[in-house]
Write a protein that binds this ligand. Structure first.
Ligand code: G4P
Length: 529
């Protein structure tokens, strides 16, 4: 066992949200470097029975050069443990990506200075907003030509309806880039003379923007521009306010270059200083505080068939309270059974060989044979059931067509299984025979077909469906809901839990029906009942 001091170690559990190519991978690498990287969960090399091979179905990932699976990376810095939950970086992302964001306490939003806010950043941001997740913004690639800092700040403020508090200011960009000024600490970070890719430049402490010493390190034009812009920025934008940040209303903004390691140290410091420690999590009986004695947690992701021979799965659990120890028995309220967690994959430890326990904010991988589902609670206290792990409205809907119609039963089992894992959603239309699968990224369809074939021996294909978007239906009055469902039978389906779902051709049609039926709520997320 580890000899840890008593008390809960400090954790920051966070994710990076960004559009592909904004620099998430580069920034992740630099963060790990700062913290003396631990390991990537996709490369878990544990001893004995924890050993897992990379599975065949992951060939899809390899072929397409992308990762469909989120992973957990841990690093330490100045006494704080950081759990970075990765969200797949490709355009094709899945509900997993969204759900991962339900297991974090804060997020870092990476924006490419030349491109500003892009589609995927925005989508992921919206998911964060559902839970008021506090966000630190990192405007990356200032070593290249980009948009003006003011334009970028205004874009974040306008597009995301968020207050912005600039924390640093670039001295020029691209060809004129001369460094970054830390507004809070009055420090100037200068680029390294040699371009080794690591920050090896000097940090100069000055008394303020008026300090004549700035002229010793930056060109006269650079100093003038910095003074003018930074003073204006400090006057024009709100200053950092911890409560507004924690409430998800304000984002501190750092300019930097992940590649050249500019601003990375400031970012880690900001995460340590401002980002929340593990927060209380909502349950059916009110929030569970991390200091609560009993071990509780919820499953936010299930990774299937890491070894195709064994149909095994790894469920990722966020520890929400208590002090988890290897071998513990935890109740799974959804089945009423207890499971003994003998061989958890522990992602947090500096030295995996010694890892026998986990604390709130940590993630544990639990190997199982399909008993653990996304959204499941595991607990020492019977009364607790976590809420708030929603399903997200799919953005791609496809009709499933069987090549061999006698395999209907197998197909249903396969689709239900995968819906349980949370990799896809399945809808059973009120009229018509073909089931509909819904995913949030194209890649999930490829994964689905290949898994149907490999694991369930079902040969199927997808055809376009008449619908392109779906919303769960709800109403205060059951009769209103029934009336709506009855009149719109051809566009209504049920999900795997039997909840009614409205399917529309496009957003225009959806808006039309929303406008006409004020008593019906059309929701893009559905909490697991
Ligand atoms: P992603 O995970 O968000 O998709 O982005 P990734 O880190 O892979 O970065 C995308 C590209 O942007 C990479 O270039 C990377 O080197 C570059 N990049 C990341 N941060 C910075 C930065 O601060 N400044 C500059 N100038 N470039 C940056 P690539 O050419 O696509 O790949 P590579 O050949 O360099 O690996």
């Amino acid at each position: 066992m580890l000899n840890r001091p008593t008390g809960r170690p400090d954790r920051r559990t966070f994710a990076i949200i960004s559009h592909p190519d904004a620099g998430k991978t580069t920034l992740t690498e630099k963060l790990l470097l700062f913290g003396g990287a631990i390991h990537l969960a996709g490369e878990v090399k544990a001893r004995g029975q924890n050993r897992r091979a990379r599975s065949d179905w992951m060939k899809i990932e390899q072929q397409r050069g992308i990762s469909v699976t989120s992973s957990v990376m841990t690093f330490e810095h100045e006494g704080v443990t950081f759990n970075l939950l990765d969200t797949p970086g490709h355009e094709d992302f899945s509900e997993d990506t969204y759900r991962t964001l339900t297991a974090v306490d804060s997020a870092v939003m990476v924006i490419d200075a030349a491109r500003g806010i892009e589609a995927q950043t925005r989508k992921l941001f919206e998911v964060c907003r559902l839970r008021n997740v506090p966000i630190i913004t990192f405007i990356n690639k200032v070593d290249r030509e980009g948009k003006e800092p003011f334009e970028l700040l205004d874009e974040v403020a306008d597009v995301l309806a968020l207050d912005v508090a600039p924390m640093s200011w670039p001295v020029g960009m691209g060809g004129t880039f001369e460094g970054i000024y830390d507004l809070a600490n009055n420090r100037l970070n200068l680029p390294a003379k040699n371009d080794s890719g690591h920050f090896e430049g000097e940090t100069i402490k000055v008394s303020g923007l008026d300090d004549p010493k700035l002229g010793d390190f930056v060109s006269p034009e650079g100093v003038e521009k910095l003074r003018e812009e930074a003073s204006l920025a400090m006057a024009a934008y709100p200053s950092f306010d911890a409560d507004a940040y924690l409430g998800g209303d304000l984002t501190p903004v750092f300019f930097g270059s992940a590649l050249k390691e500019f601003g990375v140290s400031e970012l880690i410091q900001a995460l340590g200083a401002f980002a929340p420690s593990p927060l209380p999590q909502p349950t059916s009986k009110g929030p569970v505080h991390p200091d609560f004695d009993a071990v509780t947690g919820f499953i936010f992701k299930v990774q299937a068939n890491m070894n195709p021979q064994h149909r095994d799965r790894v469920a990722f659990m966020r520890v929400c309270s208590g002090r988890f120890r290897r071998g513990m028995k935890l109740l799974q309220p959804s089945t009423g059974k207890s499971i003994a967690v003998h061989s958890p994959i522990l992602f947090f430890a500096q030295n995996r060989e010694l890892a026998d326990e986990a604390f709130p904010g940590d993630i544990i991988g639990i190997p199982n044979h399909g008993t653990l589902r996304v959204g499941d609670t595991l607990t020492e206290d019977e009364a607790i059931q976590f809420t708030g792990l929603p399903n997200f409205a799919p953005e791609i809907l496809r009709r499933v067509v069987l090549t061999d119609p006698t395999k209907t039963k197998q197909l249903r089992k396969a689709l239900d299984d995968m819906a349980e894992e949370g990799v896809t959603q399945v809808f059973y239309p009120s009229l018509g025979a073909n089931w509909i699968v819904g995913v949030v990224g194209q890649l999930q369809l490829d994964v689905l077909i290949s898994r149907l074939e490999a694991e369930y021996k079902v040969d199927a294909r997808f055809e376009p469906s008449p619908w392109n978007t779906a919303r769960w239906l709800a109403a205060d009055n059951a009769a209103d809901l029934k009336a709506f469902v009855d009149t719109h039978r051809s566009a209504v389906a049920t999900d795997r839990d039997g909840a009614p779902v409205f399917m529309a051709k496009d957003l225009w049609e959806l808006n039309f029906h929303e406008g006409r039926n004020p008593k019906i709520r059309f929701t893009a997320t559905k909490e697991r009942s």
